[in-house]
Design a protein around this ligand. Structure first.
Ligand code: G6P
Ligand code: MG
Length: 224
């Protein structure tokens, strides 16, 4: 049986991807180019500064100094923070709270493993902060997904062996990070993008809880 579940935050527990997108799109508009949802897909799970680099490459903008890049990232973050300050528990994605209750009832430990430096703010707004046994966020890691550091640190804090952990992720980079950590993973979203996950479902409420419990023993199809 599994012993720990590590949830990504953005796009798994709450749809903050849409707020990241709005803020990045606004920055791109200010810089004079369009930034589409398709472009935004490349930013999921990617750290703030790496996201900025991708955005600048989309706009063909080169030769900015580190200080200028820092200013742009800070500007985007101010807009993003203004959005997330309005988040309420009603935005917790369907299926998450029942799954959390189920895992607690089965003595499975739960953590958040997120690249976001705003994770604590978001979890506080969602009134979820004290529901987790560990929180590893973007302030605590030096290597971004697909590096496995964030998930390994979370498992260490849960005191659960990596092979007994399951990661729940919506980003390709996060699936790769889970695999490199030696953990099973469930992808939330499109099989075309998350095909390397052990199981892919469209949304959290499609997860078969009992099959999740046994995921480290055998891989079965959870999708209906
Ligand atoms: C998550 C999101 C990314 C975001 C990153 C950093 O991984 O999926 O889109 O860029 O966190 O978030 P932050 O809140 O620190 O800018
Ligand atoms: Mg995510």
């Amino acid at each position: 049986m599994i012993q720990g579940v590590i949830f990504d935050l953005d796009g798994v527990i709450v749809d903050t991807a849409k707020y990241h997108f709005l803020a990045w799109k606004r920055l791109a508009a200010e810089l004079g180019f369009d930034f589409t949802e398709e472009h935004n897909e490349r930013l999921k799970g990617v750290s703030r500064m790496a996201s900025l680099e991708i955005l600048l490459s989309v706009g063909g903008i080169q030769h900015l100094s580190d200080a200028e890049k820092q200013q742009l990232a800070e500007k985007k973050n101010r807009w993003y923070v203004a959005y997330i300050e309005e988040i309420t528990p009603s935005e917790i994605l369907p299926g998450f709270l029942p799954l959390l209750d189920f895992l607690k009832n089965h003595q499975v430990k739960v953590a958040v493993g997120s690249a976001s430096k705003n994770a604590r703010t978001i979890l506080t707004r969602l009134q979820l902060l004290d529901r987790f046994d560990a929180l590893v966020d973007g302030n605590r890691i030096t290597e971004a997904k697909p590096d496995p550091q964030v998930f390994m640190l979370a498992a260490d804090e849960l005191d659960v062996p990596y092979h007994a952990c399951v990661v729940v992720e919506d980003a390709e980079s996060g699936i790769e990070a889970a695999r490199r950590a030696g953990m099973k993973c469930i992808g939330i979203g499109s099989p075309a993008i998350l095909g390397k996950a052990d199981i892919v479902v469209q949304s959290l409420d499609q997860i078969n809880f009992n099959e999740l419990l046994n995921l480290t023993d055998s891989i079965k199809s959870m999708s209906s």
